[in-house]
Every structure is written in structure tokens, then in C-alpha cells.
Design a protein around this ligand. Structure first.
Ligand code: MF3
Ligand code: CO
Ligand code: CO
Length: 277
């Protein structure tokens, strides 16, 4: 795989890894990332028993439009909503609708916004009412897995180091890592090279460089890693119906490590941890 200066590359996925300007591009990504993160902050008080996933999508769309942003998923490959709402054994890409949230549900909300052409892509887990201990544990482990992946990122480290940090921790906690979906480069392009696998071997894969921008978004299951996509063409669920969780940040690689563009402005990076008990 080759690297290219983003300013000289076509604005599409050419299979090359774009290297961005750490002043101008990072500033754009920071702005977009902060709108997406603020949207997830706003939803913390809205995810509760009796609320539909469609209502959450409406609130997210209003928030995004009110903050000078566009919902990147609307019109993306025929998708029609601002967020994905992935409940319980849904791994990702759950479609908002008339499903009413019930006590015990766990929910991933994934939002992607565009501000001045830059993408902010982030997701978090939310709990509803009285959430079983094993579900809380899965959410804790998934957040920690993402953070360990992020901690492995610095110039000179490899994508395999990142994947290994996530996989070795997750499997050590008896959770499995989904293989079919991955993180991705992003910037002016939503899903760009490279693919960011959440599993791997130390030292393998591309060497990380300052100016890269991508997401880390591991999906962990309590049971088998196998997934299937439902007939709607979007909703991915665990084959064995075991619970699944996901967290996602958008980041840029700096000289010494990373900048997290999607850090919560309200300190609400782990809504699931706010559950009582
Ligand atoms: N936000 C998702 C991601 O992390 C992509 C959702 S695409 C959609 O890459 F069309 F389903 F919204
Ligand atoms: Co996302
Ligand atoms: Co993403």
C-alpha cells in the first residue's frame, strides 16, 4: 500500500493512504468530531424506557442540522437515517424505527456528520434501566479494548500492533472480535483506505505515519464472532444471538501518538458506565 499527500489526491478512495496536514486538516476534523461527539452527549438524557429508536434518530438529525453539520449517512448507499441504532445482539448498522426501548436493553448509537467537508464518526454504548451484569461487563471490555487499540497508535507502530492490542485484550476477557466490519480512513472521504482491522499480529501490516486519520471501532461479542446481515441489507446481528457492543472514535496520528477528534465535550465518553448500581 502506498501513501499520498491528501492535498494532491483525488477526493475518493484510491486505495492509497492519505497523509493530511496536521494544522488545517486536523482543525477541520476537530470541528466535525466535536459536533458528532456533542450529538452523542445530547442523547445521553434521551435514551430511556419508552423512547423509540426512530425518536433518537429524529433528535440526532435536528441536533446535527442545528449545529451547521450534515448527516453523512443520509443517502449513503441508500441509507436514510442520521444514526445507526444497534440493540442487544445487533452488531452494527441497526436501522432506527418504531422499536421501543425497554429496561435491560443495551444500545449502540453511531453518528457521522460532515462539517465543511470533514467527517466526524463516533459511537458509544447506552444502557436502558436495569442492565444485566454480563451486558455491562461486555460494554466495559469493549470500551477498554478501543482505548487499548488507540494507545497502540504512534508513528512507527503498525496496524497489526493496533489490532493485536484489541484482540489480545478482548479474547483474554473471553469476548470475541467481529471480523466482517472494520475501522476506516476518513477525512473528506467517509470510508477511505486503509481498513483498520480490530485483530492482528504485532509488527504486521502498514506502518503508521503522522498525518494519517482513521477510525477505531471494535465490535465485541459475548459468544461467537460470527455475524449475519438481515434481509433489510443493513442490520448485522450475531449468528448465535449473543450480545454485541461497539465503541468508535475518529483520530489523527501525531508525531507522538494521536489526537482524538471525537472526545466527548461533556465527559460522557462512556454513557453505559453512568448506569446506577
Ligand atoms: N458510522 C458507520 C461507521 O462507523 C457507518 C454507517 S453507514 C450507514 O463506519 F449508512 F449505515 F449509516
Ligand atoms: Co460510525
Ligand atoms: Co466508522
Amino acid at each position: 500500500m502506498t501513501f499520498v499527500a491528501a492535498a494532491e489526491a483525488p477526493q475518493r478512495n484510491t486505495g492509497q493512504i492519505k497523509l493530511y496536514d496536521q494544522e488545517a486538516a486536523f482543525a477541520g476534523m476537530r470541528k466535525a468530531g466535536q459536533v458528532s461527539a456533542a450529538c452523542l452527549d445530547m442523547l445521553v438524557g434521551e435514551v430511556r424506557e419508552g423512547v423509540t429508536t426512530g425518536r433518537i434518530d429524529d433528535l440526532a438529525r435536528e441536533f446535527v442540522l442545528d449545529h451547521g453539520a450534515l448527516p453523512a449517512c443520509v443517502g449513503y448507499r441508500g441509507y436514510r437515517h442520521t444514526v445507526c441504532t444497534s440493540l442487544n445482539h445487533t452488531v452494527c448498522h441497526g436501522i432506527p424505527g418504531d422499536r421501543v426501548l425497554r429496561s435491560g436493553d443495551i444500545l449502540n448509537i453511531d453518528v457521522t456528520v460532515i462539517v465543511d467537508g470533514w467527517h466526524g464518526d463516533t459511537s458509544r454504548m447506552y444502557g436502558v434501566g436495569d442492565v444485566p451484569r454480563k451486558a455491562r461487563r461486555l460494554m466495559d471490555i469493549t470500551y477498554e479494548a478501543m482505548m487499548r487499540g488507540l494507545a497502540a497508535i504512534k508513528p512507527g507502530a503498525t496496524l497489526g500492533d493496533l489490532g493485536h492490542a484489541i484482540q489480545s485484550y478482548a479474547e483474554g476477557e473471553r469476548c470475541s472480535v467481529v471480523r466482517e466490519f472494520c475501522g476506516h480512513g476518513l477525512g473528506r472521504v467517509f470510508h477511505d483506505a486503509p481498513n483498520i482491522l480490530h485483530f492482528g499480529k504485532p509488527g504486521q501490516g502498514e506502518i503508521l505515519k503522522p498525518g494519517m486519520m482513521f477510525t477505531v471501532e471494535p465490535m465485541l461479542n459475548l459468544g461467537s464472532p460470527a455475524v449475519k446481515v438481515l434481509g433489510d441489507g443493513w442490520t448485522a446481528v450475531t449468528k448465535d444471538k449473543s450480545l454485541s457492543a461497539q465503541y468508535e472514535h475518529s483520530i489523527g496520528v501525531t508525531e507522538s501518538g494521536i489526537e482524538i477528534f471525537t472526545k466527548s465535550p461533556g465527559g460522557l465518553d462512556q454513557p453505559h458506565a453512568l448506569l446506577p448500581g
